[in-house]
Write a protein that binds this ligand. Structure first.
Ligand SMILES: [Zn+2]
Length: 272
């Protein structure tokens, strides 16, 4: 299992930090039963709408999918919205929050996940950067403006397998088809206004922070946005991952799922 010396070192950093920077990748969501919504992992198989094959998923992660295949795209992401709302964030979210409450500046979250689970777990909306956007906000597919609106209860009581073009969500300004405000691959239509504002809040929050500890969770190497961010913060890095846990510079790698390692850290922090 996890090396006890490494766990102790990580626990000491958390204990003495004045702020916790949480950098979360897809591995954080997986423990709640969610797939990586921008990825093409096999977890999709159980969520696919009727008639859709796993090989279809690749084309539905491309930026033009809402223009090219609007009905398929909405069946797919409508299902994704439903699944995100039905799943509850796992216990690791509350552990991190508890640790952060003991620090002077609290926590700030940087996540590539589009499921909104940090907010669902009670994290302050103004303390989250969603670097790839979110399923919980919509935008115009054109887009005709940089307007963004909350998804609200969109798709809650909809049979997504039976969706047809006239029933698809539309932009309230121009009537063009709407799409979720998250960044797909080769996506020139993404409205990044909300994410840019989140970045600005993170920069301001970091200024007075003296001794941050960075806790990176389940961040992949294929799209390294979260790893690159975690390494850019000046503070010891606790890298939690199933593999590729090496850390260059001050830090420690802890092998395991996010929930496994957070639980081990929580037990250590409670004991000493
Ligand atoms: Zn529009």
């Amino acid at each position: 299992m996890i090396d006890n010396t490494d766990i102790q070192r990580a626990a000491d950093w958390i204990r003495h930090a004045d702020a916790i920077v949480i950098a979360a990748g897809a591995g954080m969501s997986v423990d709640s039963g969610l797939p990586d919504f921008r990825g093409t992992g096999g977890l999709w198989t159980s969520l696919l709408p009727a008639g859709m094959m796993e090989r279809d998923v690749g084309s539905l992660t491309q930026g033009d999918c809402f223009a090219e295949k609007p009905v398929d795209a909405w069946r797919f992401y409508g299902r994704a919205l439903q699944v995100c709302r039905q799943c509850s964030p796992h216990a690791g979210y509350a552990m991190l929050r508890r640790w952060a409450e003991r620090t002077r500046h609290g926590a700030f979250v940087f996540t590539s996940n589009v499921d909104g689970h940090f907010q669902a777990a009670g994290y302050d909306e103004s303390r989250v950067v969603e670097c790839h956007g979110t399923l919980n906000f919509m935008q115009c597919g054109e887009p005709c403006s940089d307007g963004i609106w909350a998804s609200g209860s969109l798709m809650d009581d909809v049979d997504v397998d039976a969706l047809t073009r006239p029933a698809l969500p539309r932009c309230p300004q121009c009537g063009h088809l709407a799409r979720p405000n998250f960044l797909m691959f080769d996506d020139s239509h993404w409205v990044e206004k909300r994410t840019s504002a989140q970045w600005e809040r993170l920069r301001i929050w970091l200024r007075p922070v003296q001794r941050p500890v960075v806790i990176e969770l389940g961040a992949g190497t294929a799209v390294p946005s979260v790893r690159m961010f975690a390494e850019s913060v000046r503070g010891p890095l606790i890298r939690i991952n199933l593999d590729e846990i090496e850390v260059v510079g001050e830090g420690v790698g802890l092998r395991g799922t996010a929930l496994q390692v957070l639980s081990a850290l929580d037990a250590t922090l409670a004991r000493d």
